[in-house]
Design a protein around this ligand. Structure first.
Ligand code: HEC
Ligand code: HEC
Ligand code: HEC
Length: 452
């Protein structure tokens, strides 16, 4: 079973920028963007292009990896763990000496969409250029205009990677790129029909790079699919100790039971009747998706709803009141049930259904019913905070239970949760809990007579 693996991925902090309506690409002339001194005030078409670029930078979450906690916007220095060492994101402010101020449009485009640095070396795929390859040239022009003219130049040399020689040699990355990176797209004509679905696909596969976290990785750490030509696309991945869930049509553990409106509500407010965003997704919502336009979120939802189930044989869950009745009557004396009543029921209720948009439901939840229990163990150990969003300013939290519950208690309570109220997911073992406790560096378990 895939438990916590630290991949070439990142998930750090996400930017909050006012959402500007996305400009129609066709409204922008194809003329090359002229580099101007960063102080030159922008007017007319140029100002519009910059706004379009700002919006795309938010949708693409460039800040997530290029802005360090407490650091200047886009000045880099975020450490991204990979199996071979830590990669630091570079300074992408328009500073001439230490940033990308000396990059022509073509050089910027080559880095963002093809993973090739100005000096010709290949970038680590921690920079999601395999997704950005799907961005249209006109959108990359807008991004370039925004970075060159609206981002404050910061003098801060980029940090070298911590990867030891010989793994630090970049030439093998070239072969990775040739094997796994798609070609950068051409501008193309706007679709004659199905514009909403096309827009949704464009954002999901491209700028918003949902697959970076939500698609499983192969042996070369490449995403197993970059489009819906294969059911493995968006069928779930593991990132920073959380399962970035299946977003396909599966009713048990995907988005099969979510309406498009519920998907929009989740991306906009970080919560809905089915779930609350936690872990890396809380940051995605807070810094990126909540700032996307309603039209774009609706397009994303419409597109996600076209994805067939990853498991063609899966079946829907059906509600079952047995566990609720036993908990209320006090007849289930198992460690799992008792641990639930003592620690969880105050918020998630004996019915497991919680309170909508306050304490997420555990009954019939696609999160709870994922085969891989990593996220559940992680959130019980460390707790969680819903994102703070403009649409839902109160962010409720859940405390961590690392010092209160043993590995055995957590395994039992999660096994109870995963088999009650109609849920149907495999049992969780104390060994799995111990592994996650170590991987996410949670406090050691409390000492009890039975485990000392
Ligand atoms: C998931 C993390 C992540 C995201 C999101 C991300 N980047 Fe990067 N980016 C990186 C890393 C890591 C590198 C350095 C890779 C290396 O050293 O090989 C990088 C490198 C770059 C470079 C090359 C700089 C140079 O010195 O040549 C540019 C330009 C760049 N990113 C721009 C962007 C833009 C624009 C966005 C948003 C559209 C973005 N990045 C989003 C992680 C990210
Ligand atoms: C940086 C990694 C990352 C990126 C990028 C990302 N996600 Fe997530 N996502 C996660 C993680 C981790 C979870 C599991 C936590 C949770 O359920 O809130 C998650 C959960 C979700 C859920 C909740 C599913 C459920 O059943 O509860 C939805 C919906 C979702 N993501 C949609 C998206 C969409 C759409 C995109 C692209 C616009 C996206 N995500 C991009 C990491 C990511
Ligand atoms: C103080 C109230 C509270 C208590 C007590 C509590 N939770 Fe939570 N729980 C929450 C909140 C709030 C969230 C959403 C957190 C977030 O989004 O980061 C949550 C989220 C979850 C999730 C993720 C569900 C989803 O769809 O997003 C699981 C699983 C979970 N709790 C299980 C438990 C278990 C098991 C216990 C007992 C060991 C427990 N909780 C105790 C409030 C609570």
């Amino acid at each position: 079973m895939a438990v916590v693996s630290s991949t070439l991925l990142a998930a750090a902090a996400w930017t909050v920028h006012a959402a500007a309506e996305d400009q129609q690409a066709s409204a922008q002339p194809d003329a090359p963007v002229k580099a101007q001194p960063p102080v030159a005030p922008a007017t007319g078409a140029q100002a519009q292009l910059i706004e379009q670029g700002r919006y795309l930078a938010t949708a693409a979450d460039c800040v997530a990896c290029h802005t360090a906690t407490g650091g200047k916007p886009y000045a880099g220095g975020v450490g991204i763990a990979s199996p071979i060492g830590t990669i630091y994101s570079p300074n992408i402010t328009p500073d001439k000496a230490t940033g990308i101020g000396g990059y022509s449009f073509d050089e910027f485009d080559r880095a963002v969409r093809r993973g090739i640095a100005k000096d010709g070396s290949t970038l680590y795929p921690a920079m999601p250029y395999v997704s950005y390859a799907k961005m249209k040239p006109s959108d990359v022009k807008a991004l370039y205009a925004y970075f060159m003219h609206d981002v404050e130049p910061v003098e801060q040399p980029s940090k070298a990677t911590d990867i030891p020689w010989p793994l630090s040699m970049r030439w093998p990355l070239r072969f990775w790129r040739m094997a796994f990176a798609p070609n950068a797209v051409k501008e193309g004509a706007p679709p004659a029909t199905g514009a909403t679905l096309a827009r949704g696909r464009y954002l999901v596969e491209g700028a918003a790079h949902c697959g970076t976290c939500h698609t499983p990785r192969g042996l070369g750490l490449q995403e197993k699919a970059l489009t819906d030509h294969d059911r493995v696309f968006l069928s779930g991945g593991v990132v920073d100790g959380y399962v970035a869930k299946n977003l396909r049509g599966d009713r048990k553990d995907g988005l099969g039971e979510w309406t498009p409106q519920q998907i929009v509500a989740f991306l906009k407010s970080g919560r809905n009747a089915h779930a609350a965003a936690f872990g890396g997704m809380a940051e995605v919502v807070q810094r990126s998706t909540q700032n996307m336009s309603d039209a774009d979120l609706e397009a994303i939802a419409a597109y996600l709803k076209t994805l067939s189930p990853a498991d063609p044989d899966e079946s829907a869950l059906a509600a079952d009141a047995t566990a609720t009745e036993k908990l209320r009557a006090g007849t289930d004396r198992s460690n799992g049930a008792l641990t639930f009543v003592d620690n969880c029921a105050a918020c998630h209720r004996t019915s497991g259904s919680g309170y909508e948009s306050t304490f997420p439901t555990l009954a019939l939840s696609s999160v709870v019913n994922s085969d891989d229990p990593t996220s559940l163990i992680h959130i019980v150990l460390k707790g969680g905070q819903m994102p703070w969003t403009k649409a839902a300013p109160t962010h409720y939290g859940m405390p961590g239970f690392a010092t209160r519950l043993t590995d055995r208690d957590i395994a039992d309570v999660l096994t109870f949760v995963r088999s009650s109220w109609g849920n149907r997911a495999p049992a969780v073992s104390a060994d799995e809990v111990a592994k996650v406790r170590k991987a996410v560096r949670a406090a050691p378990q409390p000492v009890r007579p039975e485990n000392s």
